[in-house]
Design a protein around this ligand. Structure first.
Ligand code: NAD
Length: 479
């Protein structure tokens, strides 16, 4: 019998085990460090039943009471920050601090900040008519049970992005974390259940290929699915959700372009561009994934980026010197290798990296490739790893067209000293968020989401909160 710590599901406020378990791997070592209950469709049924039973009471709580309880969840996160940070590094490999401070500390700190901010959001009744004839009010009502399905790259943060607005709006939740990173989420849900009434927040874990995800997306007792993950899975979820006409928020893949104009200070922007592309090893949906650089300073900027890539420290996330950890899983490492091999075949020149690093874990050298254009996999697809194509351009109008010639539309950025020109170009990029002189930064009060194949709907702020509600219009005739 394995001595590894065992994490349960949480259904109706109680820990629930299954007939079997599955292992969770530490990507820095390739070895299992925990076991998790391998749930199935029957556990989804039980969790949905608990969430449905809890819904009327939770939805009927005074709004201020729900706000207070969500504030209490922020305190729970805060009080358990060291343990949660340790679990984040164990299961994702990301450093405790990390390049540009993007690491486990940011993940748990962000979870706290989002929880606090979401506890303060409110969607008051909107009055669209109030005169002698009639009063017309627009009310926001909770949907019922929300199913949340999360990916492996920011497991706790993304779970928080799903759970908190769902609860704030008065819904109850059934959450399924990625089979690759279920541990921090499981621990958080256990802690949260000491604060929330039973059944309000349930966790069902499933092994790779389990029936848990499909059982949720087809379940007649779930009103909405909020999903963050790959575009391919998003399409399956949308198909499965059709029969029950579920509401959907889909936060899917990105292949964000960054465009560097010739007026920049190369030395000043290079570290910012490097961090935007390589933080969390490129495993963030809104990492900079295609870098277009003007021919005037192309060679100079490439040299700066290569110097940064060679200097960055890759290692175990618990080593305080490590800025980048391993790739999170073997399949993703192999995908990065396949895209790198394709880049070689397509004539790309590797200025640095292009190979695994020694060690038992899934380490890969930060890699910069030049000499490729659209039409190669590395430029057209999201590699989701530490490999960046730097693409030369000479005409600004043309580069906007090239940047838009991609099925993804999550984020993009313009890098320039002339902010007026940059803002005008920003509005021509086809994506949900455009940054000027930064890339990928999100905040709890600004909506974030993808267009085109990057998703449907937004998260954060009042726009994000509204997605967890339905509208009820009430018209009262005045005589
Ligand atoms: P994935 O699609 O492989 O898995 C995501 C989740 O879906 C996991 O929990 C998985 O178990 C579950 N799942 C798999 N098949 C399912 C099915 N048929 N029905 C229901 N659930 C199913 O994604 P991943 O590899 O974990 O995450 C990486 C991807 O997520 C990247 O493409 C990245 O860009 C994207 N992402 C997007 C955002 C965003 O906000 N747009 C944020 C983070 C990550």
């Amino acid at each position: 019998m394995s001595e590894l710590p065992l994490y349960s599901m949480i259904i109706d406020g109680k820990p629930v085990l299954a007939a079997t378990t599955f292992d969770v791997i530490n990507p820095a070592s390739g070895a299992a460090f925990a076991r998790v209950a391998a749930g199935d469709a029957t556990h989804v049924d039980a969790a949905v039943a608990a969430a449905r039973a809890a819904f009327p009471g939770w939805a009927a709580l005074p709004d201020g009471e729900r706000s207070r309880l969500i504030g209490a969840l922020a305190e729970v996160l805060q009080a358990n920050m060291p343990e949660l940070m340790r679990l984040v590094t164990l299961e994702t490999g990301k450093p405790q601090d990390g390049l540009n401070h993007v690491g486990a500390g940011m993940e748990v700190g962000g979870a706290i900040a989002w929880t606090q901010a979401t506890s303060q959001l409110a969607l008051p009744v909107e009055v669209v008519q109030d005169n002698a004839e009639a009063r017309v009010e627009v009310h926001r009502k909770p949907l019922g049970v929300v199913g949340s399905i999360t990916p492996w790259n920011w497991p706790l943060m993304i779970a928080i992005w799903h759970i908190m607005p769902a609860l704030r709006a008065g819904n109850t939740v059934v959450l399924k974390p990625s089979e690759l990173t279920p541990v921090t989420t499981a621990r958080f849900v256990e802690l949260a259940n000491a604060v929330l009434p039973p059944g309000v927040l349930n966790l069902v874990t499933g092994a790779a290929g389990s029936a848990v995800g499909p059982a949720m997306t087809t379940h007649p007792g779930i009103e909405k699915i909020v999903f963050t993950g790959s575009t391919a899975t998003g399409r399956k979820i949308m198909g499965n959700a059709a029969a029950t006409l579920k509401r959907l928020t889909l936060e899917l893949g990105g292949n964000d372009a960054g465009i560097v104009l010739p007026d920049v200070d190369v030395k000043a922007v290079a570290p910012k561009l490097f961090a935007a592309a390589f933080h969390n090893n490129g495993q963030t949906c809104a990492c900079l994934k295609r870098l277009y650089v003007h021919a005037d300073m192309y060679d100079e900027l490439c040299a700066e980026l290569v110097a940064l890539a060679r200097a960055v420290k890759v290692g175990d996330g618990f080593d305080p010197a490590s800025e980048l950890g391993p790739i999170q899983n073997r399949m993703q490492l192999e995908k990065v290798e396949a895209i790198a091999a394709d880049a070689h075949r397509a004539g790309g020149q590797f200025l640095c990296g292009g190979e695994r690093l020694p060690g038992p874990g899934y380490f890969y050298a930060p890699t910069i490739v030049v000499g490729l254009d659209e039409g190669s996999r590395l430029v057209d697809e999201e590699p989701f790893g530490p490999i960046l194509p730097v693409i030369k351009y000479s005409d600004v109008d043309e580069v906007i067209v090239r940047a838009n010639r991609n099925s993804n539309g999550l984020g993009g950025s313009i890098w320039a000293r002339d902010l007026v020109r940059a803002a005008a170009l920003a509005s021509r990029l086809e994506c949900g968020t455009v940054w000027v002189n930064e890339h990928g930064a999100v905040q709890p009060d600004a909506p974030f989401g993808g267009i085109k194949q990057s998703g449907i709907g937004v998260e954060f702020g009042l726009h994000g909160l509204a997605e967890f509600t339905s509208i009820q219009t009430i018209k009262v005739m005045q005589d």
